[in-house]
Write a new protein. Structure first.
Ligand code: GAF
Length: 378
C-alpha cells in the first residue's frame, strides 16, 4: 500500500477558487471589489502523523511530494512549494501548537486561469491546520496570513480579494468588499435569464507576475505625487478625478492613466453594486465593458487573446457584458450571457478562437458558491 492508498484523513477542507464580477486591481489600492467563490476548488485532506516536526504534502495533480520539518522552513526554488512553505512560515510565527502532519491535495481549479488557485491553496492549508491543531485563528486571520504568505514567500504583492473571497463567500451572493476596512456587504446575485460564462483563454503570459508588482509601484508613484497636494489621501481610493487632474501637467502620462483607471474602476464597482440592487443587468453589463476597456487601454494588463474574446461579444444582443478577469495577461473572461444561447455561443466562440490563435478554449458556467468548507471525520 502506498502513502496515498492508506491515507485516512482526520479532516477534509474544500477550498474554492473565485470569480470577480467587477473591480480589478482596486484591492491593493484599498478600494472596492465584487468577488465570490465558485464550485471549482482544491480539496485538501489532513491527518496528524505523530511526529513532533516532520510533515509531508502530496499533490495528486502533479504527483509531487514536499517533505519539510517545522524546525527548518525556508523558501523553495519550486513555485508551488512556496505557497505551502509561505503559509507554514506565517503560521509558525503565530503559534507553537502545530506538530507533524500529512496532507494530500487534489484540485479541479485550472492553474493560471485567473480563478485564484493560489489563494485557494494558501487558505485551504491554513484553514485545515487551524482546525487540525485547534489554533484558534479567526477566518479573517486566515485571510490575512495567507496573503502575507504570498507576499513574503511567492513574491506577488497581491491585494486581499482572492483570499477573502475564497474564505468568506456565501452561496448565491457576491461580496461588495471594502478592501481598506474589510467591511463586506453580501449582495444576492439575481441574474434572471442570464448566466455567468467563463471563457478560459488557456494562456498565461509570463509577464503576469512582474507586471503585477510594476502596476502596484506605478499606483504608489502616482499616489505620492497626489499626496504632495493632498496629504490626507492614504491610497488611490481617496483620490478623485479633479484631484488627479491638478497634477496632469507634471505626472508621467503612463502613471496618469494607471491612476485614472483605478479611480474610474472604483466608481464602476459602486455603480455596479447599485445596478445589482436595482436589478439593472443592462447597466451592469455596460460597466463590465467599461472595466475591460480601462484594463486594456489605461492599465494595460490585457492581452490579444482576452481582447479577442471580449471584442467578439460586443455586437451580440444576447451578451450584456464581458471583460477580462483577475490579474490579466491571460486567464478567463467573464461574460453575462442569455441562458438560451450559452451552448451555441460557446461552440461558435471556440471555433473562432481556435481559428485565430490555434488554441482550445475552455468554458465554465459559474455561480456564487460557499467559501472554505471544513469536514471533520467522525
Ligand atoms: C490577482 C491578485 F491576487 C488580486 O489581489 C487582485 O489584485 C487581482 O489580481 C486583480 O484584481 O488575482
Amino acid at each position: 500500500m502506498t502513502f496515498i492508498d492508506e491515507f485516512l484523513p482526520d479532516l477534509t477542507v474544500e477550498s474554492p477558487g473565485r470569480i470577480n464580477l467587477i473591480g480589478e486591481h482596486t484591492d491593493y489600492n484599498l478600494g472596492f471589489v465584487m468577488p465570490t467563490a465558485i464550485d471549482k476548488k482544491i480539496i485538501l485532506k489532513f491527518r496528524k502523523n505523530g511526529s513532533p516536526t516532520e510533515c509531508k504534502v502530496h499533490s495528486l495533480n502533479n504527483n509531487e511530494t514536499l517533505l519539510f520539518s517545522l524546525t527548518n522552513i525556508a523558501k523553495s526554488p519550486l513555485n508551488w512549494e512556496n505557497y505551502i512553505l509561505g503559509v507554514m512560515h506565517e503560521l509558525l510565527n503565530r503559534t507553537t501548537k502545530i506538530a507533524g502532519f500529512d496532507c494530500i491535495i487534489q484540485s479541479n481549479l485550472p492553474i493560471g486561469s485567473g480563478l485564484s488557485s493560489s489563494a485557494a491553496l494558501e487558505c485551504g492549508l491554513a484553514s485545515g491546520l487551524n482546525a487540525l491543531f485547534d489554533l484558534g485563528l479567526s477566518k479573517e486571520d486566515i485571510v490575512v496570513l495567507s496573503r502575507a504568505a504570498e507576499h513574503n514567500y511567492v513574491g506577488t504583492k497581491c491585494g486581499i480579494m482572492d483570499q477573502y473571497a475564497s474564505v468568506m463567500s456565501k452561496p448565491g451572493f457576491v461580496i461588495m468588499l471594502d478592501c481598506r476596512s474589510l467591511e463586506s456587504k453580501y449582495i444576492p446575485l439575481n441574474l434572471h435569464d442570464y448566466k455567468l460564462l467563463l471563457l478560459n483563454t488557456n494562456i498565461s503570459h509570463s509577464l503576469a507576475d512582474s507586471e503585477y508588482n510594476t502596476r502596484l509601484n506605478e499606483c504608489l508613484e502616482g499616489l505620492k505625487m497626489i499626496q504632495q497636494k493632498h496629504p490626507n489621501s492614504a491610497s488611490l481610493r481617496d483620490v478623485t478625478k479633479p484631484m488627479l487632474d491638478e497634477i496632469k501637467q507634471k505626472i508621467d502620462p503612463v502613471i496618469y492613466n494607471r491612476c485614472e483607471y483605478i479611480i474610474e474602476e472604483n466608481d464602476r464597482v459602486i455603480a455596479a453594486s447599485n445596478a445589482l440592487k436595482n436589478d439593472d443587468l443592462v447597466l451592469f453589463g455596460k460597466l463590465m465593458y467599461g472595466s475591460h476597456d480601462g484594463l486594456q487601454h489605461k492599465y494595460q494588463v490585457s492581452c490579444p487573446e482576452l481582447d479577442f474574446l471580449v471584442d467578439y461579444s460586443r455586437d451580440k444582443e444576447f451578451i450584456l457584458g464581458s471583460r477580462m478577469m483577475g490579474g490579466g495577461f491571460g486567464g478567463c473572461t467573464i461574460n453575462l450571457i442569455h441562458k438560451d444561447v450559452v451552448e451555441a455561443y460557446t461552440k461558435e466562440m471556440s471555433q473562432a478562437y481556435r481559428k485565430k490563435f490555434n488554441i482550445d478554449l475552455d468554458a465554465y458556467l459559474a455561480m456564487p458558491d460557499s467559501g472554505t468548507i471544513i469536514k471533520k471525520q467522525k
